[in-house]
Write a protein that binds this ligand. Structure first.
Ligand code: ZN
Length: 329
């Protein structure tokens, strides 16, 4: 049996704060015996549950890395009981390149699970989470946002699970995260997702979509920073009261939530994120890029609800997701 080649440069199970790396050997042209050095911080105090916190599962999503870099320098062992494992950039090569997938192997981390100890760089990182870090955790928070090609209203979400007790625990953690919106999602294409591995191991899992457009905002970062602390408090790891504000509950029941583009051209949003939308209403238009005198092509909502996601940046291609409409519960 092949064991995972990643070695941590710090102890994963000692009291105190340890900053270091998950070192993954990666031999290449510019470094014969080189490594990928994935930053990790472990903060531990006594016995208690373990939280595993990750960002940049996709390399161009920034709220997670920002909130977790900050948490790694501000959270003190005396603030907690238990252990917090922080990996701000899970797909570290993608994070450094500012791209969704890894520049080394084009690996999409959230389609690479359960991974392989003898696979590509991305598969080896996935396998390390699958076999080493996840089994240690009881609560798992994985930050996402829209990256360079989508923008979202800020929400935390849990999935519809067969185990209803586990689902209820995940929903309670999502409510504790307390983003302005909270979503219960039916994941249609869940093969290879980190989410599926976490849930299959029976963990309490929170994921998010907090913004997008290839950057973050003061508002979206504030949601991330409050959310991670609330989840740690909810899990009984961090001391102190939860900070709770109103959160709108959303549902994405089926494929009618999505509007996909069938043309190439210039994208004109006809609704802002968070706007109410009626079924049949024009949500976006696509303009030709090569001439004047031709009308735009209109796209309509397949259901009523609110606009939770839109395409970025200004140009769009056939097959791209244009907008997503979710239902308020
Ligand atoms: Zn993502």
């Amino acid at each position: 049996m092949v064991t995972n080649p990643i070695t941590p440069t710090i102890p994963l199970n000692e009291d105190g704060t340890h900053h270091g790396f998950l070192r993954l050997p990666y031999s290449r042209d510019d470094s014969a015996w080189g490594s990928v050095m994935i930053p990790i911080t472990v903060i531990k105090n006594g016995t208690g549950p373990t939280a595993l916190l990750t960002g940049a599962n996709h390399g161009d999503e920034y709220e997670g890395p920002i909130a977790l870099m900050e948490l790694a320098v501000t959270l003190k062992p005396e603030d907690i009981e238990g252990r917090v494992i922080i990996v701000p950039a899970m797909n570290y090569p993608a994070f450094r390149a500012g791209t969704r997938t890894s520049p080394i192997d084009r690996g999409n981390m959230n389609r690479s699970f359960p991974g392989s100890p003898s696979g590509t760089v991305t598969e080896k990182i996935a396998d390390y989470f699958q076999t080493v870090l996840l089994p240690e955790a009881s609560v798992v928070l994985d930050f996402h946002s829209g990256g360079k090609t989508l923008d979202f209203i800020p929400f935390a979400s849990a999935h519809v699970l067969e185990n209803k007790e586990q689902q209820a625990a995940c929903v309670a953690a999502v409510e504790a995260f307390n983003a302005p919106y909270s979503m219960i999602m039916l994941e249609i294409d869940n093969v290879g997702m980190y989410d599926t591995s976490v849930e299959d191991q029976g963990k309490i899992f929170v994921t998010t979509e907090l913004g997008g457009g290839g950057t973050s905002t003061a508002r979206s970062n504030a949601v991330a920073k409050k959310g991670v602390r609330n989840v740690l408090k909810h899990a009984g790891i961090m001391k102190g009261e939860l900070e709770i504000a109103p959160s709108v509950m959303l549902d994405m029941p089926d494929d009618d939530c999505f509007v996909f583009c069938c043309d190439d051209g210039m994208f004109e949003a006809m609704k802002n994120l968070g706007d109410p939308v009626e079924k049949g209403e024009t949500v976006a238009r696509v303009w030709p890029t090569d001439c004047t005198g031709r009308p735009s092509i209109e796209y309509h909502a397949n259901r009523s609800g609110i606009l939770v996601s839109r395409h970025c940046p200004g140009l769009i291609k056939s097959g791209d997701c244009m907008v997503v409409v979710a239902v308020t519960v």
